[in-house]
Design a protein around this ligand. Structure first.
Ligand SMILES: [Mn+2]
Length: 330
């Protein structure tokens, strides 16, 4: 890993203009990593455009550096290096950036997703990290650039959101150690928590209430459904639904929590598991991906058929897992 970080620093030193990209439907790790990377490049006196096709979700707009992130790449710009953050493959950055990235000669791919296709000229992939924010932390440390409060906030937000506020199975000693260092730099943990987890908008609260009322529980699987009508009725958007799957996950004896969200182009599925089921494997089967215990995919079918396909795959995985589970896995 240190070699790869050195290689990346060498690329930063020897090039002048960088396009930083993250995935559609960005989370706190995507946004925090974009901000931290952009600030590092700027500190080196070089040009960075940080881009996310879907822009910055409302709950992350308090982050100091977030105004650097654009959702449209200035058409006249050209870049020497493309840096993909949190994109398991190029398509995850969305289609709007394709004409730009095709012209960029050098691609850097930095990620912690399990199914990353290593599409870059330089690939820095570590699936054991709690969040990509950890790699950005290492990059700052190796570069000897000081972390100011904007960087510290961005990295803390990255780690806090990807670990579900230090609760999920990916919460490692190192995630805590890095966070402790960021707190020493002046981060206020409660303020960060409040901004990200305790600021549900009225539409977000209303769609959560509607969605939760659809809850079904069946043999270790919970299922919540969100329809296009619910968005209309509550005035909410997809951004407002990110936490909804957690109710299903929090239920005793549920191993896999599913959230089905109707979109104009099919059904988006979020999968969460607790102990035994590799939901990444299930999501990959349907063209998606993610992590061992949190993954997602989009199925081009109606709700009924999407549910049938996913439930069949989850039941099979549960059956296999119960055959292989060892006592220490619980
Ligand atoms: Mn992440």
């Amino acid at each position: 890993m240190t070699n790869e970080i050195s290689h990346l620093l060498e690329i930063i030193e020897t090039h002048r203009s960088f396009l930083l990209l993250s995935h559609v439907d960005p989370d706190g790790d995507a946004i925090g990593s974009l901000i931290a990377f952009a600030l590092l490049i700027e500190r080196k006196g070089k040009k960075a455009v940080a881009y996310d096709q879907d822009g910055v979700p409302e709950i992350y707009r308090f982050l100091k550096g977030c105004d650097r992130i654009v959702s449209v790449i200035p058409p006249a710009e050209h870049f020497e290096v493309a840096v993909f953050l949190e994109c398991p493959d190029v398509r995850r950055a969305g289609t709007a950036c394709s004409p730009f990235i095709e012209k960029i000669p050098l691609w850097v791919n930095i990620d912690h997703h399990m199914e990353n296709s290593r599409f870059g000229h330089l690939n820095i992939i570590d699936e054991n990290l709690s969040a990509l924010g950890e790699t950005l932390f290492d990059l700052y440390r190796e570069s000897k650039e000081p972390m100011d409060s904007a960087v510290a906030e961005a990295l803390y937000a990255a780690i806090m959101t990807d670990t579900g506020s230090f609760k999920y199975i990916n919460t490692t000693p190192r995630a805590h150690e890095i966070s402790a260092q960021l707190i020493r730099l002046g981060i206020n943990p409660y303020r960060m928590y409040e901004e990200i987890f305790e600021t549900l908008s009225r539409p977000a609260a209303l769609i959560a209430a509607r969605a939760h009322s659809t809850l079904e529980i069946d043999n270790g699987i919970s299922c919540i459904t969100i329809t296009l009508d619910m968005f209309k009725e509550t005035g909410s958007t997809a951004d407002d639904t990110q936490e909804i799957v957690n109710l299903g996950r929090n239920i005793k004896d549920v191993e896999v929590a599913l959230l089905f969200r109707e979109t104009a182009n099919g059904v988006k599925v979020s999968l969460r598991s607790k102990h035994n089921v590799n939901v990444n494997e299930i999501a990959v089967k349907f063209g998606g991906g993610g992590h061992l215990r949190a993954a997602g995919c989009t199925i081009e079918a109606d709700m009924k058929h999407a549910k049938e396909m996913i439930f069949a795959a989850v039941r099979k995985a549960l059956q296999e897992a119960s055959g292989h589970a060892r006592p220490n896995e619980r």
